[in-house]
Design a protein around this ligand. Structure first.
Ligand SMILES: *Cc1c(COP(=O)(O)O)cnc(C)c1O
Length: 214
């Protein structure tokens, strides 16, 4: 097996084990390979190995890498996982299939104006960190109903827990917020913590390093 195939196999097994430990089905969890800073060649190896969902965090970088790849592999699903500026909404809407980082009304309005209809996750600032993107927990109910009123397709909630601390309480909190507000998708968990995210009901994990480095 190629390195890419070996890593893909290992990540799928780890997700399946974590799902089992959480009494869930592995098929409930979408694995997104976050390919920011990775070359087209590295990405293509992973596509050839069978990976289909990919994430990028910058519109410009994605525009440089993905139009050709998407033409060659039309069933690839491309996720925008990074902070999105409103003035990039139109370009993002044209290139991406899923957006994970809707965190303010002005961006929602820009996406509507751009004709965006794809699955959209609301990013929550789950650790209430000043420097981090995401809507404040206290503002989530209002933001959610405002976004729903615009007709955007709310697919779920997304969060990045604070670094250097145990992430599971934050995953549990995001899951609780999703249940309370009748949202089904949960985009949470990265290379270092996707196992606990899956145990705590993530429906989508965003994995970068573990896909591309040993
Ligand atoms: C880079 C990135 C990831 C992946 O992080 P790793 O720790 O490399 O797995 C996940 N989510 C977002 C938003 C990212 O920017």
């Amino acid at each position: 097996m190629s390195d890419a195939a070996t890593r893909l196999h290992a990540i799928r097994s780890a997700v399946a084990d974590a799902a089992k430990a959480g009494r869930r089905e592995a098929s409930e969890v979408t694995i997104v390979a976050v390919s920011k800073n990775r070359s087209v060649e590295q990405i293509e190896e992973l596509i050839e190995a069978g990976q289909r969902h990919f994430g990028e965090n910058r519109v410009q970088e994605a525009q440089a890498k993905w139009p050709a790849l998407k033409a060659r592999y039309p069933d690839v699903v491309l996720h925008m996982v990074g902070q999105l500026q409103s003035n990039k909404a139109e370009e993002a809407a044209a290139l991406f299939d899923v957006i994970h980082s809707l965190d303010r009304p002005s961006l929602g309005a820009a996406l509507v104006k751009a004709g965006w209809t794809g699955p959209t996750y609301l990013q929550v600032n789950i650790g209430e960190e000043e420097q981090k993107g995401g809507v404040a927990i206290a503002e989530l109910p209002t933001f959610l109903s405002d976004v729903r009123a615009t007709g955007l397709h709310v697919a779920g909630l997304m969060a990045i827990p604070p670094s250097e601390v145990e992430p599971s309480p934050y995953f549990a909190l995001l899951a609780k917020l999703a249940r309370r507000h009748d949202v089904s998708g949960l985009s949470m968990g990265m290379s270092g913590d996707f196992r606990s995210a899956v145990m705590l009901s993530a429906t989508l994990v965003r994995i970068g390093t573990a896909f591309f480095e040993d």
